[in-house]
Design a protein. Structure first.
Length: 234
């Protein structure tokens, strides 16, 4: 095991780490917002849109994420061209973010929806009877009860998203895995174990930081004074 070689190439991987982190953060935030929209449509049973959301979730969760990357990167420009929108070259990073948003939006929606449905109907009715605005009801009544239920599942979704980013090099993104392939090729296949071990350690650290963030949010939600009664927030 050549530890010296690992230390020598570490700065190269740290230089492309922001690309991976950008994709993770953007995909997580936008994917979560998309999941909330999907859940709202399904909870409200919006005509026409509700069955479309069901098909979207079913399809997105079925094909492998690598296949979805190819469909977005190679297929989306073709679809847009049929609509009169011409894109000569789609940026691989952009295609990766779009794919991960779509994929994780569907996954996260199946975490958020049961958490929302777990809130007793009486809580909604009590908040409405007290004259709470929709925003106040959501912020003071619904979210404090939904968050503790949803956070563990959302934490898992983020970990899966981090792992999924290891595949985006397949469409040309020079992230951690993309750089690893470049280094291995330039070294004629030498020191592969050291390179892959270093990558594993980097992904491990990023995943641990994500886990700690979710645990911190869980502890904060557990310390909320809410006790399941609308009198607490009236």
């Amino acid at each position: 095991m050549d530890i010296t070689f690992m230390l020598e190439i570490l700065p190269q991987f740290l230089s492309v780490l922001p690309i991976t982190l950008l994709i993770i953060v953007a995909s997580t935030i936008c994917g979560f917002l998309l999941s909330v929209l999907v859940v709202a449509i399904r909870i409200k049973k919006v005509r026409l849109l509700n069955p479309i959301m069901g098909m979207y979730i079913s399809f997105t969760r079925s094909p492998p994420i690598l296949l979805q990357l190819f469909l977005i990167y190679y297929g989306l420009p073709v679809v847009l061209a049929l609509m009169g929108i011409h894109i000569n070259d789609m940026n691989p990073t952009t295609a990766s973010i779009i794919t991960l948003i779509i994929y994780n939006g569907a996954y996260m929606s199946e975490v958020v929806r049961p958490a929302y449905l777990a809130v007793e109907r009486g809580q909604h009715e009590a908040a409405d009877s007290l004259g709470f605005s929709p925003f106040k009801k959501l912020y003071r009544i619904i979210i404090p009860q939904v968050a503790p239920i949803a956070l563990p599942g959302l934490g898992n979704a983020i970990i899966y998203l981090i792992l999924d980013t290891s595949l985006i090099f397949a469409i040309g993104v020079v992230d951690i895995m993309g750089l690893a392939n470049i280094i291995i090729s330039s070294n004629y296949g030498m020191n592969q174990i050291e390179i892959y071990l270093l990558i594993a350690i980097i992904y491990w650290i990023v995943s641990m930081l994500s886990e700690q963030m979710i645990k911190y949010l869980e502890r904060r939600k557990q310390r909320l004074p809410y006790n399941g009664s609308t009198k607490e927030v009236a």
